[in-house]
Ligand binder design. Structure first.
Ligand code: SDX
Length: 431
């Protein structure tokens, strides 16, 4: 924990209360209000946590004004260009870039945990074929606690480590099998001779009837998408995982809670919603109509893939994703993709409109990702499962950090109560 170097003073009802201030490595100072209620008898009020630091962390830093994202200090654009997903996983989990030997050992451990307990297939088969893959992922990830009992004791550091590796290793298999089940095709087992991204593509797109060669362009693009989604500070799904973990729930149940939260269209579900929106717009000439709808307070429609709680500048991930979209479509020989054309012209039109610039609404990570995923052959229903697969390392890293923190206690927010004061029960005859 940082040392307090100065205080804030709260004046309340003629009394003064000193509140310690902690300064971060980088970013805003925080005011420590942990003793506020005990000393001053008041709560702070912050629905949506717009001004609240819920924890301290050393994993990821975001500067929303600059549009900067650092993982253990390394900028996301450098990691996306020079690193690869499993190396970023190691960085997030253990705090620094690995040596060649450490990386090889880590990748071998992950590779050797990619298979699922055979009995879990029956879990998949209990769903309707038209179940959304995210519904399947929420169920199956939670059910892992019924299959991997030997890594559910969070007080045992070794079990925490095994659970972390199992989750990172098995999520691609779970996501791929959710997709295969949805299509009615047979499950494809992981292969130990393939890298993480290639394994996932093969489990999704290969069929027993023919050989499947992984396209290196697609596996590089897939790996980059995994990296761009790996972690993102205390976003809604990560905060869900932390809150669930604070009760001592097992790691699989907590990650399942994160998957459930991510599914929402305001969060990870935005990549599916964004592509559906771009398809609905259809042609550039309809862009003004949708811009007007997004600006209309009486219309619940929002530009999906636009805006962010923290970024008040370009989401750095969106910049990399946009470059990747151009590269992948070009390398795949997909020219004049109408959806990409609409996305690019929509971005220009929105960023030329004072409504968006004054509210500092820029494209976020979800704006271009769906275009790449669609070009790779994924249906929109698989976009959020891929986000969940990628973010598992972020959830697990933040979970490990929190569980290992001696300050860790159950999260229990209070409220501003506006309901009825105490009143006596009225018998039904008298109502
Ligand atoms: C992710 O937190 C993270 O880090 C998330 C994430 C991660 O990696 O974990 O980055 C992943 O979830 C990215 C965001 C994906 N969601 C979307 O693209 C959905 C569309 N975006 C909006 O729903 C919204 O921008 C949010 C939810 C992302 C952020 O909402 P906030 O911070 O609560 O902002 P707000 O709703 O208070 O909006 C501020 C103003 C409002 O207008 P006023 O009431 O001030 O007049 O901006 C408007 C909003 O109406 N606004 C939009 C808009 N987003 C905000 N108007 C039109 N279109 C939009 N997309």
């Amino acid at each position: 924990m940082a040392e307090s170097t100065k205080n804030a003073t709260l004046q309340l009802d003629g009394k003064s209360f000193d509140l310690p201030i902690f300064s971060p490595t980088v970013g805003p100072d925080v005011i420590d209000i942990r003793k506020l209620y005990a000393n001053a008898g008041v709560f702070t009020y912050d629905p949506g946590f717009t001004s609240t630091a819920a924890c301290d962390s050393t994993i990821t830093f975001i500067d929303g004004d600059k549009g900067e994202l650092l993982h253990r200090g390394y900028p996301i654009d450098q990691l996306a260009e020079k690193s690869h997903y499993l190396e970023v996983c190691y960085l997030l989990l253990y705090g620094d870039l690995p040596s060649a030997q450490a990386l090889e050992d880590f990748e071998n451990r992950v590779t050797n945990h990619t298979m699922l307990h055979e009995q879990m297939q029956y879990f998949f088969r209990g769903f309707r074929r038209d179940a959304h893959p995210m519904a399947i992922m929420v169920g199956v990830v939670g059910a892992m606690s019924a299959f991997y009992h030997d890594s559910t004791d969070i007080t045992d550091a070794w079990q925490r480590e095994v659970a972390s590796i199992r989750l990172i290793a098995k999520m691609p298999t779970i996501a791929a099998w959710a997709y295969k089940y949805h299509t009615g095709q047979p499950f494809v087992y992981p292969r130990n001779d393939l890298d993480y991204a290639s394994n996932f593509l093969r489990m999704c797109f290969s069929v027993p009837a023919e050989e499947y060669e992984v396209n290196p362009i697609l596996s590089r693009a897939m790996d980059r998408i995994f990296t761009l989604h790996a972690d993102h500070e205390q976003n809604a799904s990560t905060s869900t995982v932390r809150l669930a973990s604070s009760s001592g729930a097992n790691p699989f149940a907590c990650i399942a809670a994160g998957v459930a939260c991510l599914w929402g269209p305001a969060h990870g579900g935005a990549n599916q919603a964004c592509l559906e929106m771009l398809r609905e717009i259809g042609t550039p000439d309809r862009i003004p109509e949708f811009i007007d709808r997004a600006k209309d307070k009486n219309d619940p429609f929002r530009l999906m893939g636009f805006g962010h709680r923290v970024y008040k500048n370009f989401d750095p991930r969106a910049k990399v994703m946009k470059q990747s979209a151009d590269e992948v479509l070009d390398l795949l020989g997909i020219e004049n993709n109408p959806t990409l054309q609409v996305a690019k012209e929509l971005e220009v039109a929105a960023l030329a409109d004072p409504y968006f610039t004054e509210k500092k609404l820029f494209p976020n990570v979800d704006f271009y990702s769906g275009i790449i995923l669609e070009a790779m052959g994924f249906p929109t229903s698989m976009f959020t499962p891929i986000f969940a697969l990628s973010r598992t390392v972020g959830w697990v890293s933040q979970w490990k950090e929190m569980i290992g923190d001696p300050q860790n206690k159950i999260g229990r927010p209070r409220q501003l109560y506006l309901g009825s004061t105490a009143r006596d029960y009225t018998d039904i005859e008298k109502r």
